[in-house]
Design a protein. Structure first.
Lengths: 292, 196
């Protein structure tokens, strides 16, 4: 049985709850054991870096240091966490002065870090550690006929493509195909959703959101599959507002783990599908009828 | 319409700023820039920028401090890293954008009541207090300080989030806040020595 250290991050305890619920369900079905990193703190995301970069590496560093003691791979499902943990780790190695400052800080806080923690993403684990064969073996209700636009967003493959292609990632495509869905060609799969721009500069954020939804619609997708809590939130919660401004599109946006979970036979409720703002339930009921 | 000179003069340059930008984390290769424009072409936000990333990189390394720090561009960057991975000269454009944001905040030259620096500082404050971020409170605090009226317009979305259980009300905290504070205090006290 595979075992990982789980780093949920703040979003999976807030707006991205459904990601956590569906991820844990799917991993359990695949008999992957997850131990939550005890007393984890916020990774710092993009905001802390805009104020104090070295301290933001220290924030990520505390998590890396605590994980190192456990000697397990650290699983970070949120794109921002995944990037920040990876970046901190690399910059500690690349910039001796950063390493020096952090080492001093770690000592003051009673921590130790040697740079060996491995940060992993659920897509990486599912494809490379578990494999498509085992995933296929868990299918109870294949998602036959469901057309999915696979949306990866930015920070998973940029700037560090550790487990997938940087320009045209395919790991999620493979997983979705494995559970019977039809994956449409979606050239915008790594284009930015605008991040927190919708909150700070609404007119800019809305247009970025609309571009992504419109392309998914043009490619005749029924649904968009995401891997990031902020992408999901932007495309889901502001879809109506973007529609009012640029023309209505009805496009449910879910986490890839929710689609895997449906195929594995979990109920929409167990997968957090009821937390969607743009309802996905009716649509999914058509394709995985027994599951709904 | 305001009329102003579009030509930049040698005397407007601040050589110290040019020096500084090539010494920030990620800025070490800025002088290698060949002005090819792949950063601007790949940037999803460049249509909204007053100076595209290519122009900003050029102005920064030449030392046009006021234009660069006063530019809207740095606040539009969402750090999607497109420019960084496209750059044939391996310049870490995103990192430079971050450094410019920090410098603009430090020098107090960002647009007043502009929500992005406020978001960043509330975010930092919350982490220093609690160790984790509770999104609901973060959004609330930012809007209280920047656009109280827009909070009212968000009540519909707020209700939906509440009904779908996506809105955390109780602030999330870590257990060992003391340890985190010791770490951050120490790093903050010593980070001045770091290449910046």
């Amino acid at each position: 049985m595979k075992r990982y250290l789980y780093y949920p991050g703040c979003s999976l305890r807030g707006t991205g709850k459904a990601y956590e619920e569906s991820l844990l369900a799917v991993f359990k079905a695949l008999e992957i054991e997850m131990e939550e990193l005890e007393d984890w703190n916020c990774c710092g995301a993009t905001a802390y870096m805009s104020i104090d970069e070295v301290s933001s590496f220290a924030l990520a560093g505390r998590n890396l240091a605590m994980a190192e003691k456990k000697n397990l791979d650290l699983l970070a499902p949120c794109s921002a966490c995944f990037l920040v943990l990876n970046k901190a780790q690399r910059y500690i190695k690349e910039y001796p002065k950063v390493a020096q400052t952090l080492e001093h800080g770690f000592k003051a806080a009673g921590l130790e870090y040697h740079g060996t923690t491995k940060v992993r993403h659920p897509l990486d684990v599912l494809i490379n550690d578990i494999g498509l064969e085992r995933i296929k073996a868990c299918i109870k209700k294949p998602l036959t006929g469901l057309k999915v636009a696979p949306y990866y967003g930015c920070q998973i493959v940029r700037p560090y493509a550790t487990f997938d292609l940087m320009y045209y990632p395919v790991t999620m495509d493979k997983l979705l195909r494995a559970v019977g869905a039809e994956v449409v060609d979606y050239p915008l799969k790594t284009r930015c959703c605008g991040g927190s721009q919708k909150g700070t500069l609404p007119e800019v954020g809305l247009s970025l959101i609309h571009i992504l939804l419109k392309e998914a619609h043009r490619r005749e997708a029924h649904i968009v599959s995401t891997i990031c809590p902020l992408c999901q939130f932007n495309l889901d919660a502001f879809q109506e507002e973007a529609g009012k401004k640029y023309g209505e599109i009805s496009m449910p946006v879910v986490y890839f783990t929710q689609l895997l979970g449906l195929a594995f036979g979990f109920s929409p409720k167990e997968l957090g599908l009821e937390r969607n703002i743009v309802a996905a339930k009716q649509l999914l009921a058509k394709f995985a009828p027994a599951a709904a | 319409m305001a009329v102003k000179s579009l030509i930049k003069y040698e005397v407007e340059r601040d050589p110290d700023f040019a020096q500084w930008v090539s010494h920030v984390i990620g800025g070490e290769r800025i002088r290698n820039c060949i002005q090819c424009g792949l950063c601007s072409a790949s940037c999803p936000l460049s249509p909204y920028m007053d100076f595209t990333p290519r122009r900003l990189m050029h102005m920064a390394r030449e030392g046009f401090k006021r234009d660069v720090l006063g530019s809207f561009t740095i606040w539009l960057c969402t750090s999607c890293y497109s420019c960084t991975v496209e750059c044939p000269r391996r310049i870490r454009v995103t990192d430079i954008m971050y450094a410019l944001k920090r410098r603009a905040i430090e020098d107090g030259v960002y647009p007043r009541r502009f929500p992005i620096p406020v978001l960043a500082s509330e975010f930092r404050g919350m982490i220093r207090r609690n160790g984790r971020v509770t999104e609901t409170w973060l959004v609330f605090l930012v809007f209280m300080k920047t656009a109280i009226l827009r909070l009212l317009g968000m009540s519909k979305l707020g209700t939906k989030l509440l009904l779908t259980g996506r809105m955390g009300i109780l602030p999330e905290t870590i257990r060992d806040r003391k340890q985190l504070q010791n770490l951050l205090d120490d790093v903050e006290a010593h980070r001045k020595e770091v290449a910046a």
